[in-house]
Design a protein around this ligand. Sequence first.
Ligand SMILES: Cc1cc2nc3c(=O)[nH]c(=O)nc-3n(C[C@H](O)[C@H](O)[C@H](O)COP(=O)(O)OP(=O)(O)OC[C@H]3O[C@@H](n4cnc5c(N)ncnc54)[C@H](O)[C@@H]3O)c2cc1C
Length: 328
Amino acid sequence: MKLPKNFNTNYSLKENNSLKLNYASDYFVSCNSEKDLFLIYDFLEEKKIKYWIFGDGTNVILKNNLKGLVIKNNLKGFSVNGNSLIVGAGEIWDDIVFESLNKNLYGLENLSGIPGSVGATPIQNIGAYGSEISNFVNYVETFNFNKGCFEVFSNKACNFSYRDSIFKDNPCLMVTKICLDLSQEFKPNIHYEALPKIVKNAKEQRKNILNIRSQKLPDHQKIPNVGSFFKNPIISGTQLRRLVLDFPDIKYYLFEDKNFKVSAAWLIENAGLKGSKKGDCGISKKHALVFYNYSETSDFLLSYSSEVIDIIKDKFGIILEYEPSILC
Ligand SMILES: Cc1cc2nc3c(=O)[nH]c(=O)nc-3n(C[C@H](O)[C@H](O)[C@H](O)COP(=O)(O)OP(=O)(O)OC[C@H]3O[C@@H](n4cnc5c(N)ncnc54)[C@H](O)[C@@H]3O)c2cc1C
């Protein structure tokens, strides 16, 4: 059977996840071309094994060795068509934000500095500082590993919502390309409280965002982490009103359908857990939503984070959900 180049067996994933967890996969392949996609499809059809799609591994927690094939998306490409960018899934997201500003195409500034690949951006509908990728997606091209063919999803078909999309429930779909509709006019999105309210141009906005991020978030290259560990919980107005009686300074925002988004960082900080530690893992002193881990396994990290979930549930009656994908 013909296999793509860069096909490996018993492969350590340590350099492929930002928590630097040292688990291995039975097989590992870098997917560099359309031809590779069909070779990988044939391999999976014959072997009938489990598979996982990886970008840069900045939003995954490995639970143990992966019994199957890891497909590292490395499909490149960048082109401009009017106000639209068409980008290969294996490009680095922040390089694309930078390039878009060089082409005088605006909109992505507030999503500056988010680590990871382009292909992962629609999966959890990345967002920061009042902006989400779903605001810009025209279409997402995917390869369906169940059917062995390409499928294209319009923005509506992606079913985007807060840190969610149709792709989360369909791991057979590998994002291969995305098309983003941008604007020739810079309209600053400065609603987020910490952002300066006067900004000259989009490059300055990007600089402001990168500055705030570097102050608030530990660098995952130095301190292994996956950014936000939990989603901000969405609760009803009734639940919020009850909470406000006991915790008048609780931090929340109006969300859709008369619901409210509560700051998970506020909950963790107010439970006294910011900066706490267990074994080789703990919660950052800089940001209460960032868990770090210096161990090569995720045992302590997962048991400590589930203790945190229990503490928050007991104190506030709110159940925190993991933001990263847990792979096993
Ligand atoms: C320091 C730090 C800060 C962060 N800040 C933010 C932030 O502000 N906002 C935010 O939204 N996120 C943030 N993140 C999370 C992360 O950067 C994003 O979720 C990013 O999009 C993940 O990209 P990745 O290539 O590393 O994906 P991976 O971690 O490799 O994969 C994440 C998930 O997407 C799937 N996936 C990846 N690529 C594809 C593909 N091509 N097709 C189908 N499925 C795929 C994987 O199977 C997995 O389930 C942060 C992470 C870190 C470490």
